[in-house]
Design a protein around this ligand. Structure first.
Ligand SMILES: [Zn+2]
Ligand SMILES: [Zn+2]
Length: 104
């Protein structure tokens, strides 16, 4: 349900425009009271966001799917069928050591 507000037929050009919403404002300050509130809110929100940006972002871990495995030595993601990493790490040896069961 939308209700259209009547558009003034002859918009006065000498009316001050609200710097926030860029619509004619008839208030003494030239800013709609609700707009000055919204502006203050946006400023405080921006300050809060800036504080958030200062915080270091969480390190992004590479998302491994079941068709990938990561070398525990060099952290490189390699194909699961490879049993030897480029760094020389032997996956077969680590698997044998951890005693992983073969899933059926
Ligand atoms: Zn306004
Ligand atoms: Zn490696």
């Amino acid at each position: 349900m939308s209700e259209r507000k009547p558009v003034p037929y002859n918009p006065a050009s000498n009316v001050r425009r609200c710097p926030v919403c860029d619509k004619p404002s008839y208030s003494a300050s030239g800013v709609h009271p609700q707009c000055s509130l919204a502006k203050a809110d946006a400023v405080s929100r921006a300050a809060r966001k800036a504080a958030d940006d200062l915080a270091p972002p969480a390190p992004v871990q590479p998302k491994l799917n079941r068709f990938q495995k990561q070398c525990p030595k060099c952290k490189r993601v390699v194909a699961p069928r490879r049993f030897r990493c480029d760094c020389g790490h032997n996956f077969d040896a680590s698997r044998a050591r951890s005693g992983a069961k073969a899933s059926t």
